[in-house]
Write a protein that binds this ligand. Structure first.
Ligand code: ATP
Length: 433
């Protein structure tokens, strides 16, 4: 049974150390979440897979730009002027909403009360650089990582001697003062983005847009996400951002409905042109083959790390009442723990032997492991199923005699007897990531 209710994911995440509410001992901070030990591993896997997908192509290089940038960046990008949501207040219950998300216009979705006129609300977080809190020292927490790439375009291109088409990939925090955050980690005010900006010759942009649409969809399917729960949504005229010539979202069918997970945008030469104009610096590309100078077009793939992680969790979640278990059927490459070593009983010499096996595997494989000896073996299997561990290795009394162990696979629950001597190669081959 797949997941029908986000609250099941929220409670599993808390119970099993994936995600906790931020500052929980103080009652929590609205829309802020902390990744616990398993969540941190899962997130690392989500990011590492994206990073190698992008940067192991030969024509995409990485960047790690700072969160605080010159305030002029956000004037040039249009964020100071345009990065706003229409905010309405309910005159009766005083709750706030994004007007574009209110279904019955003019009526409060919570109590049916009358709503105020919409006001523009800028989503950028402001802070001050240095000790003086005046308008001259205002800086913003970046609302997207992309601008760090645009302003470094020529630094990267020149230092890495890149020729068009080429891309720059970046993973990092972004901040948006969302009016209505919520749905767990789906919409938060602090989140991580995985963005890649691909610089192409004008005229070749439409071809590359098609290419990246196809690549990005294939990527999510390759992560093990159910293809029936993925689709494109093309932005129609009124939806298109001010910078975009064409835009598609990759949507996933979350328990809260179809929602955007990644945006793929044809940003034209908008960004580099604006930065050229505002900074007064020449950001043209010098095409040595054709001897032309021009401003490249940009195809952007902009994914939310936290949203991808939520999609991965929702997609992996299964209730299996026949076997009285809940399973996270992640693809093996995403699972935070790959292997559990379980001595059948908390007893010597069984435990000593199981420890020995653990130590050998620790040295001869590269995978995250857990050693668990508490509770019945059935309970321990259920615990590992619930955190998505692909393989459990059980050491029993026969193991002491036949020097073999039982390896149980998470999804099929199939068990195989494997000699301890062959265990490292068996595991390496089985996980083979
Ligand atoms: P939305 O319409 O949901 O507000 P957006 O169209 O503004 O999103 P983009 O600016 O295209 O989003 O950002 C790219 C990606 O960053 C999104 O697809 C999403 O995965 C992620 N993202 C954006 N805002 C948030 C947020 N508040 N919390 C978590 N992830 C976010």
């Amino acid at each position: 049974m797949p997941v029908d209710d986000l609250s099941k994911i929220v409670s599993l995440c808390k119970r099993r150390g994936f995600i906790f509410q931020s500052s929980e001992v103080y009652g929590g901070l609205n829309s802020c979440w902390d990744y616990g030990p398993l969540g941190a591993e899962l997130k690392r896997n989500v990011k590492d897979l994206w990073w190698s997908e992008m940067t192991r192509r030969g024509n995409i290089v990485g960047l790690d730009a700072s969160i605080l940038m010159h305030p002029k960046v956000w004037e040039a990008s249009g964020h100071v002027e345009n990065f706003t949501d229409p905010l309405v207040d309910c005159k009766k219950c005083k709750q706030r909403f994004r007007e574009d998300k209110v279904e019955v216009k003019g009526k409060c979705p919570a109590c049916g009360g009358e709503l105020t006129e919409a006001r523009s609300f800028n989503l950028m977080f402001k802070t001050f650089m240095g000790p003086i809190e005046d308008s001259a020292s205002v800086v913003y927490l970046r609302p997207e990582t992309a601008q760090g790439i645009y302003v470094n375009f020529l630094n990267v291109q020149g230092s890495m001697r890149q020729k068009l088409p080429f891309g720059i990939a970046q993973i990092g925090k972004a901040f948006r003062n969302e009016i209505t955050p919520g749905n767990f980690i789906f919409r938060t005010r602090e989140f991580e983005q995985m963005e890649m900006q691909f610089f192409v010759k004008p005229g070749e942009d439409e071809k590359w847009m098609e290419y990246w649409k196809e690549q990005r969809m294939a990527y999510y399917v390759g992560l093990g996400i159910d293809a029936n729960k993925l689709r494109f949504h093309q932005h129609v005229k009124g939806e298109l951002a001010h910078y975009a010539k064409d835009a598609y979202d990759i949507e996933y069918e979350f328990p809260i409905g179809w929602q955007e997970m990644e945006g793929i945008h044809n940003r034209t030469d908008f960004d580099l042109k604006r930065h050229m104009h505002t900074s007064g610096k020449n950001l043209m590309y010098n095409d040595e083959v054709t001897n032309e100078k021009y401003i490249p077009y940009i195809i952007e793939t902009s994914a939310g790390c936290d949203r991808s992680l939520l999609a991965v969790l929702c997609d992996a979640y299964r209730e299996d009442p026949a076997n009285e278990r809940t399973v996270l059927s992640f693809s093996y490459k995403l699972a935070p723990i790959k292997l559990a070593i379980l001595p059948l009983m908390k007893k010597e010499p069984l435990e000593g032997y199981a420890r020995e096996i653990y130590d050998t595997l620790f040295k001869s494989t590269k995978y995250n492991m857990q050693y668990d000896v508490t509770g019945s073996i059935g309970k321990r299997y259920r615990r590992q199923d619930e955190i998505g561990t692909p393989l459990c290795v059980t050491v029993d009394f026969d193991s002491l005699e036949d020097k073999a162990v039982t390896v149980r696979e998470r999804d099929s629950m199939a068990q195989e007897r494997i000699s301890v001597e062959n265990l490292p190669s068996y595991i390496n081959q089985k996980l083979g990531i």
